[in-house]
Design a binder for this molecule. Structure first.
Ligand SMILES: *Cc1c(COP(=O)(O)O)cnc(C)c1O
Length: 329
């Protein structure tokens, strides 16, 4: 196997997942294990399944298709495209939705397939990414949804910390709970699920979280042990994904020893933290990553490998790049 290489420690991901599933169970919260960070890789997904997540979720239907052999329900966590509705209904069981036109198309396809398709209607609590913002529009949409065949509205949900940077609080999640209650009263229906966000919502565990929140969609916390604002979550492993680059040049320049590794497009200097604390990343330029070896404790030569911890964004870039070798342990 060559370089650049990303090394994935599935045992550490399993440990993270077991801990989070335990913490969520205590609070009667079901876990959607989000697989988008590792492109639906089955070996990593198995770590989540073995750790007893309740649902597998991904933003790409291609990834959910790869996970077909797992018995767990599959959730599409990105708004479905009308042009992909056939695959959506075939390879997933639940979707996060906000557009009545897409829901109608899902209903048609689900009817054809004789499948009851579940949906969670997204409510925008101010983050402006997905979901319906105005409460009268929520009610209008639900009125339409309830007329549709083969569509089961199982609940409502929200997504925070993504676009508008709105952070989860007891108060904004309580608003979601109140919206759920008012829908149940108005339409005389029961909504089982309140999907209260992503790994950012874990930050409320040691404060207060409305007890009605009973589902979280967790990706970064399980995969990288990080939560709100990419901060490490205490007790979880952060060294689950490691990037390994090879030195292609190393020379004395002025008073410094500067080395160069081959870098991956889209990964920036600030995304990388070398395990060897005596060396430091200087910057990137096109294909190259420049490293300062002046204070290095060991002697490095051309061909040596450097190991880095990487950010969430860089992990996603590396995992989706065909130029990076994946070593899944
Ligand atoms: C990616 C994503 C998640 C998971 O977010 P993490 O921060 O990785 O836990 C949850 N919900 C939606 C809609 C997502 O796109």
């Amino acid at each position: 196997m060559g370089y650049p290489r990303i090394e994935v420690d599935t045992l550490k991901i399993k440990e993270n997942t077991k801990k989070m599933v335990f913490e969520c169970k205590k609070r009667h919260i079901k876990v959607v294990g989000v697989t988008k960070l590792f492109c639906g890789n089955k070996k990593i997904a198995k770590a989540l399944v073995d750790s007893k997540v309740d649902i597998l979720g991904d933003s790409r239907i291609e990834n959910l298709k790869k996970l077909s052999s797992f018995k767990l329900p599959k959730m599409l966590i990105r708004l479905p495209m009308i042009s992909r509705v056939k695959e959506v209904v075939k390879y997933s069981d639940i979707a996060l939705v906000s557009e009545i036109d897409s829901i109608k198309r899902i209903s048609k396809e689900a009817f054809k397939r004789k499948k009851e398709y579940k949906i969670i209607l997204m409510v925008d609590l101010g983050d402006l990414r997905e979901g319906i913002y105005f409460e009268d529009e929520i009610r209008e949409t639900i009125k339409e949804i309830l007329k549709l065949k083969n569509i089961n509205l199982i609940g409502i949900g929200t997504n925070l910390t993504c676009f508008g940077g709105v952070i989860p609080t007891y108060s904004n999640l309580s608003r979601l709970v109140n919206i759920k209650k008012s829908i149940e009263n108005k339409f005389n229906i029961r909504l089982d699920t309140i999907s209260g966000g992503n790994s950012g919502t874990i930050s409320l565990f040691n404060k207060k979280i409305p007890k009605e929140i009973n589902q979280l969609r967790l990706g970064a916390s399980l995969s990288l042990g990080i939560g709100l604002n990419d901060k490490p979550i205490r007790g979880l492993n952060n060294d689950t994904f490691k990037l390994i680059l090879e030195i292609v040049k190393i020379k004395y320049k002025k008073e410094k020893v500067i080395g160069i590794c081959i870098r991956i497009d889209g990964i920036k200097a600030k995304d990388l933290t070398p395990f060897d604390k005596s060396i430091s990343v200087i910057d990137v330029n096109n294909d190259y990553l420049f490293i300062d070896f002046t204070k290095a404790k060991k002697r490095y030569s051309v061909g040596d490998k450097i190991k880095f911890l990487i950010s969430y964004k860089a992990t996603l870039v590396a995992m989706t790049s065909k130029y990076v070798y994946k070593d899944i342990k």
